[in-house]
Design a protein around this ligand. Structure first.
Ligand SMILES: C[S@@+](CC[C@H](N)C(=O)[O-])C[C@H]1O[C@@H](n2cnc3c(N)ncnc32)[C@H](O)[C@@H]1O
Length: 406
């Protein structure tokens, strides 16, 4: 397992190579009391005490964005305050629960969300709030602990210094952006295409008394015209380029927004790794008696996310090439590929979560694509395999960090 000491040592070595100063953690805890990043760290510690797997294992098994339903192994439960709503995922119209203000699945504890009022909900917000985990609080806590480690690594790679301006592209509900504030960023620009998620981040920032250090911009990663050229010190992004078709344009925008000497730091799942094997196994392709059901499900997921989907059409080498082509130098990436035993998980948890915001849950996919008889046969085969943890977990991911030459 890679320890924090190793990260620091690696960082010091690279600083020596780059001649760039290391980020300094804020010593005065009173300045950062109550921020999301602290809460996440505490939650991570709790998860370890409860016997969760060690750090990197947690990251590996996170419900990172997959092109198939997420591997989440705990019970789905309906939450208090739920009321019905409809969300559109591609061509699918999905009825699902709405959660009243104060009951949102969030990386912050419920008390922190008191002033957040829920407006309309888009697919991005619905996924981050509930559909990623299936709505289970234990899964949320485990996810938060794992995501905290990703966030820390992104910010360590960015070498953020106190007082700097950081732009977090595709900020979601503020995982990386609030982490940057906790580390003493002078100003953080939250950018996203989702107005509901920007509203949520704004409400959290106001709640925490951080609003004057924050700016909120509704813009896509590949068209950041609202951000002045050369106006930021650091650009971060996590699991966002997987939704951006024109990645070279996004890298060009990151480059333009940065001052000379500024840095990018990002993390992306590499779904191209293991895609065919994942599909074969998840959809029971080739299993006698399930050919029709498997083919129908395969066709549904293929239609929603064909091989040309921006989530599937790249790997870490493309990211390296695109970063360098945009003008970044030096550029570094670290890739992690795993093929591991699956964990046993509850059927409910499995069928009620979705791998990413653009696709249905497994339950929704079966309801959409299969007849009741096909569903029954399919469930009879797949359910015990899910519950016994048969099969293999495959995941690829990459960190990339780079500098705009000064
Ligand atoms: C998986 S979430 C990640 C959120 C956040 N970065 C985090 O680490 O928790 C993906 C985010 O990307 C945003 N997004 C989707 N398409 C985008 C685009 N073209 N440009 C910028 N953001 C986008 C979504 O609204 C969502 O907030």
């Amino acid at each position: 397992m890679r320890g924090r000491e190793d990260l620091v040592a690696r960082d010091q070595m690279e600083r020596a190579q780059d001649g760039v100063e290391c980020p300094r953690r804020i010593e005065d805890e009173s300045k950062v009391a109550g921020l999301g990043a602290d809460v996440l760290t505490e939650r991570g510690a709790d998860a370890c005490e409860l016997g969760a797997e060690p750090a990197l294992e947690q990251i590996d098994r996170l419900p990172l964005e997959l092109e198939l339903p997420a591997l989440v192994g705990l019970e789905h439960r309906t939450r208090a305050g739920a009321e019905g709503t409809v969300v559109q995922v591609g061509d699918l119209r999905i009825e699902q629960e709405e959660v009243a203000p104060g009951h949102e699945a969030s990386l912050l504890p419920p008390g922190r969300m008191a002033s957040v009022t829920r407006g309309t909900e888009d697919r991005w917000a619905a996924w981050l709030r509930r559909r990623r985990s299936g709505g289970d609080e234990a899964v949320e806590a485990r996810t938060a602990a794992g995501l905290a480690k990703l966030r820390d690594r992104i910010l360590e790679n960015a070498r953020l210094r106190a007082g700097e301006t950081l732009l977090d592209v595709g900020c979601g509900n503020g995982l990386v952006a609030f982490g940057a504030l906790e580390r003493g960023a002078g100003r953080v620009v939250f950018a996203d295409v989702s107005a509901p998620l920007l509203d949520e981040s704004r409400a959290i920032a106001t709640d925490l008394g951080l609003a004057e250090r924050c700016e909120f911009v509704e813009a896509p990663a590949d068209a950041l015209a609202a951000i002045e050229t050369g106006s930021v010190d650091v650009v971060t992004t996590r699991s966002v380029l997987i939704y951006v078709r024109d990645k070279p344009a996004a890298f060009a925008e990151f480059f333009r927004a940065l001052r000379p000497g500024g840095r990018i730091s990002l993390f992306e799942p590499i779904n191209a790794f293991g895609k065919d094997e994942r599909r074969r196994e998840f959809l029971a392709l080739g299993v006698p008696g399930l050919e029709t059901a498997g083919a129908k499900l395969d066709a549904l997921f293929e239609e929603l996310q064909p091989a040309s989907d921006p989530m599937l059409d790249f790997d870490e080498r493309d990211l390296m090439r695109e970063a360098e082509a945009a003008g970044f130098f030096p550029v570094r990436a670290e890739v992690r590929l795993v093929v591991e035993p699956n964990e046993p998980r509850s059927w409910d948890g499995f069928v009620n979560s979705s791998g990413n915001p653009k696709i249905p849950t497994f339950a929704e996919a079966m309801a959409q694509a299969l007849t009741p008889e096909e569903t029954e046969r399919f469930v009879a085969y797949v359910r015990p395999r899910v519950e016994q943890g048969l099969g293999r977990w495959r995941m690829g991911s990459a960190y990339l960090w780079a500098t705009k030459p000064g």
